[in-house]
Design a protein around this ligand. Structure first.
Ligand code: NAD
Length: 446
């Protein structure tokens, strides 16, 4: 099929490249000229494992083009337009301006076209956005009613860092549709995949994405709150507490042969420094503000947000309880990305920790294998951070080492425990082996 993908960020680019790898003819559009220029030269503007290789392997199936008001007529060549632009939050509400400008362009293009085109939202949008907000703009701009064009919602569940794998081997594919023509188009697009495919209306597809993210975030905030309570009570080995909880058969079932399965969900049931990233924080806030437009008070969702926003402050409190005075301490932050295997720093807890430490610590150094350039864009330039390439050398100079992102390279600190005996190591991601360290210089959230 001849498919346009609008938005070549973490979702659009991965989707475009993976669809091309299944034989579809893909044209990826973006309004950002720098991004498109890079892609046209075969360079990748984002870091995603395996993406560049897959892009090069499938270059005959994929084109990159700039989209703006003077190029919008190019969209008339396609049977399907998938929209994967950003939907950030602004003052707690979803900012739909990127969706709006794309909808206006598509609507104008449809006005001068007789062809039936399926318009499929892949961006995460609140229930009702596709069938009301987006549909209204398209109908108003094009002067055509649904049926003359098609409407679908195909939420994306990929996880940054593992996005190519997640897209190529998804847990399920959600085919949200408002007309049967679009359902058939969605079935055709995903025909090469043999996982479960769920057919439902666009509102249900939209809601599924929010419930999925909110539930996972709820687990994270719940466990962080339990760990915080345990620390205040004292003399509780929270690591052992959670180990016992995980052994409950409902979390880690027994196989027929008597061995246990430890599913990935258990990762969400470990305390840490809170969740970040471009999805969980914004999606949960958006769901909360939508709920408040109804008669439902989103008590749980709001608590999940509150616990998460408090967690970086808890981390600093735990540190200050141990160190007392930070003003003469040199702090080294290891990891800036919101999670390993990505260069994305949106809502990264590391950035929040640096902001909190800025006025307290003597100096801050920071390392990340790939996210330093992005972090520089997100941190206020008035905050003095010494970005470093060689973190091993910096270990010597620091008084406090905070592991803020679970990059596997930092595991090698386990082997350096003897040379680090004078330093405080705050393992906020619980990735080191506590037994290797003196209890007085190892800190964790467990
Ligand atoms: P992103 O910010 O990385 O990418 C958005 C892209 O859209 C940018 O390249 C931007 O230049 C482009 N764009 C904006 N306005 C445009 C316009 N008018 N015309 C053409 N291009 C335009 O965002 P992302 O992380 O890829 O997320 C996209 C959507 O997918 C969001 O709704 C997000 O919530 C959702 N989502 C993200 C993830 C994730 O892990 N990042 C996972 C699932 C779903």
């Amino acid at each position: 099929m001849n498919i346009a993908v609008i938005g070549t960020g973490y979702v659009g680019l991965v989707s475009g490249v993976c669809l091309a790898s299944k034989g579809h003819k893909i044209t990826c559009f973006d309004s950002n000229e720098i991004t498109i220029n890079l892609l046209q030269k075969g360079k990748n503007p984002i870091h995603e494992n395996g993406l560049t290789e897959l892009m090069i392997e499938n270059e005959k199936n994929i084109l990159f083009k700039i989209l703006n008001s003077s190029t919008e007529s190019n969209l008339k060549d396609f049977d399907v337009i998938i929209i994967a632009v950003g939907t950030p939050t602004l003052k707690g509400k979803t900012d739909l301006s990127q969706i709006e400008s794309v909808a206006i362009m598509i609507g104008k293009m449809l006005k001068n076209s007789e062809k039936y085109v399926s318009l499929i939202l892949k961006s995460t949008v609140l229930p009702g956005t596709t069938d009301t907000y987006f549909r209204n703009i398209i109908e108003n701009e094009s002067g055509k009613k649904l049926g003359k064009f098609g409407l679908g919602m195909n939420p994306e569940f990929l996880r940054e860092g593992n996005a190519v794998n997640d897209f190529l081997s998804p847990d399920r594919i959600v085919l949200g549709y408002e007309d049967l023509g679009t359902l058939n188009v969605l079935k055709k697009i995903y025909q090469p995949w043999d996982c479960q495919k769920l057919e439902l209306n666009t509102r249900s597809a939209e809601m599924m994405k929010y419930v999925n993210n909110s539930l996972l975030a709820t687990l994270i905030s719940s466990v962080n709150e339990y760990a915080n309570i345990a620390r205040e009570l004292g003399e509780i080995d929270f690591k052992k507490v959670m180990h016992g909880v995980h052994l409950d058969n409902r979390w880690s079932p027994l196989k027929k042969d008597g061995t246990k399965i430890f599913p990935e969900i258990l990762e969400y049931l470990r305390p840490g420094c809170g969740f970040g990233g471009s999805c969980f924080p914004k999606d949960i806030k958006a769901l909360s503000s939508l709920a408040k437009e109804t008669s439902i008070k989103p008590n749980i969702i709001d608590s999940v947000i509150a616990v998460n926003e408090g967690q970086p402050h808890r981390i600093i409190k735990i540190l200050e309880d141990r160190v007392k005075d930070l003003s003469n301490k040199r702090v080294l932050i290891l990891g800036l990305a919101f999670k390993p295997e990505t260069d994305d720093v949106r809502e990264s807890v590391s950035i929040k920790l640096i902001n909190l430490l800025d006025k307290k610590a003597l100096s801050i150094s920071a390392h990340d294998p790939i996210a330093i350039d992005n972090a520089k864009k997100f941190l206020d330039p008035s905050i003095r951070v010494n970005y470093i390439d060689n973190w091993q050398i910096e270990l010597d100079k620091a008084d406090i080492i905070i592991i803020a992102t679970k990059w596997s390279i930092y595991e090698s600190i386990n082997k350096l425990s003897n040379s680090l005996s004078e330093k405080v190591i705050f393992d906020t991601r619980s990735m080191l082996d506590p037994d290797k360290f003196d209890i007085m210089n190892y800190l964790s959230v467990e």
